[in-house]
Design a protein around this ligand. Structure first.
Ligand SMILES: *[C@@H]1O[C@H](CO)[C@@H](O)[C@H](O)[C@H]1NC(C)=O
Ligand SMILES: *[C@@H]1O[C@H](CO)[C@@H](O)[C@H](O)[C@H]1NC(C)=O
Ligand SMILES: *[C@@H]1O[C@H](CO)[C@@H](O)[C@H](O)[C@H]1NC(C)=O
Ligand SMILES: *[C@@H]1O[C@H](CO)[C@@H](O)[C@H](O)[C@H]1NC(C)=O
Ligand SMILES: *[C@@H]1O[C@H](CO)[C@@H](O)[C@H](O)[C@H]1NC(C)=O
Ligand SMILES: *[C@@H]1O[C@H](CO)[C@@H](O)[C@H](O)[C@H]1NC(C)=O
Ligand SMILES: *[C@@H]1O[C@H](CO)[C@@H](O)[C@H](O)[C@H]1NC(C)=O
Length: 208
């Protein structure tokens, strides 16, 4: 009587243990991390042909990095918008066409935006004495991840950064600037909590 009870309990325990491990494994393999978006170039060439010395276009380059070890990323069209400091005016926007990126890949995307309102941009430019002004770039898109042969649902990516620009309207920082989301902190916190609870589950099952 007690023997069969023990056997059932052991069987039950094995079942729960296997379930726990499966859940952990599924969670680990389905977990995705959003791609990194970096601004590697920001340049507003000044018009040399007239005396106005107004900027005529904005040239930029973005780097998009798939940080997933074994998942591809389908990018929807990427909307990039540039603003004068404090987002007081829109300089212009640009759409990068949709594309697919394999795991651990790094893509560079160029863009040129003709400047419609030259006066607004000229007024926002810092004096050419070494001081800088923080222009702003925002990016919005949605991505789907490719896991084996499946595509996940769409995840929205909404990130941005300030770009310090000098008097000749060059990006001052030679390093690439990482665009960040306000929700980044929350998401990584949730990820950590998920990992913590999965560990706790396995640990609990092992002790039990
Ligand atoms: C630039 O300004 C100078 C003097 O003010 C003038 O002689 C010249 O024609 C101007 N050039 C252009 C391209 O407007
Ligand atoms: C941007 O806003 C900050 C604080 O709100 C202000 O101190 C600064 O002068 C503003 N810069 C520009 C260029 O308007
Ligand atoms: C891009 O700019 C145009 C004109 O400035 C504006 O009508 C449009 O709404 C902008 N699109 C986005 C996604 O910001
Ligand atoms: C972007 O432009 C730079 C210089 O204009 C060029 O070297 C680079 O290859 C371009 N990248 C792409 C992805 O077109
Ligand atoms: C540059 O000039 C501006 C205005 O003329 C002044 O406020 C600023 O302190 C100067 N910056 C430097 C680094 O000299
Ligand atoms: C990007 O801009 C286009 C056109 O303005 C718009 O239809 C699309 O929804 C935007 N994408 C995102 C992710 O907001
Ligand atoms: C702005 O930065 C660019 C690139 O670093 C440099 O060539 C240029 O001389 C700088 N301009 C000023 C006014 O500091």
């Amino acid at each position: 009587m007690s023997d069969s009870g023990g056997g059932c309990c052991k069987c039950c325990f094995n079942f729960i243990f296997t379930l726990g491990l499966t859940a952990l494994f599924m969670w680990l393999s389905l977990r995705t991390s959003s791609p990194d978006c970096l601004l590697s170039k920001f340049y507003l060439p000044l018009d040399q042909t007239s005396n106005s010395s107004n900027p005529t276009s904005l040239e930029f380059e973005l780097r998009l990095k798939n940080t997933n070890k074994d998942k591809g990323v389908y990018y929807d069209p990427i909307n990039v918008t540039f603003y004068t400091p404090n987002k007081s005016h829109v300089i212009g926007n640009f759409t990068i066409t949709k594309f697919y990126q394999g795991h651990k890949k790094n893509a560079r995307k160029n863009g040129t935006i003709p400047i419609i309102d030259q006066d607004v941009v000229s007024r926002a430019a810092p004096p050419a004495n070494g001081s800088t002004a923080p222009f702003r770039v925002d990016l919005v898109t949605s991505v789907r991840y490719k896991i084996l042969m499946f595509k996940t649902k769409r995840h929205t990516i909404r990130v941005g950064a300030n770009v310090d620009v000098n008097g000749t309207l060059f990006k001052v920082n030679h390093k690439d600037i990482k665009l960040k989301s306000n929700a980044d902190k929350i998401r990584s916190y949730c990820g950590q909590m998920g990992f913590f609870f999965a560990n706790l589950l396995v640990l609990g099952l092992l002790i039990f």
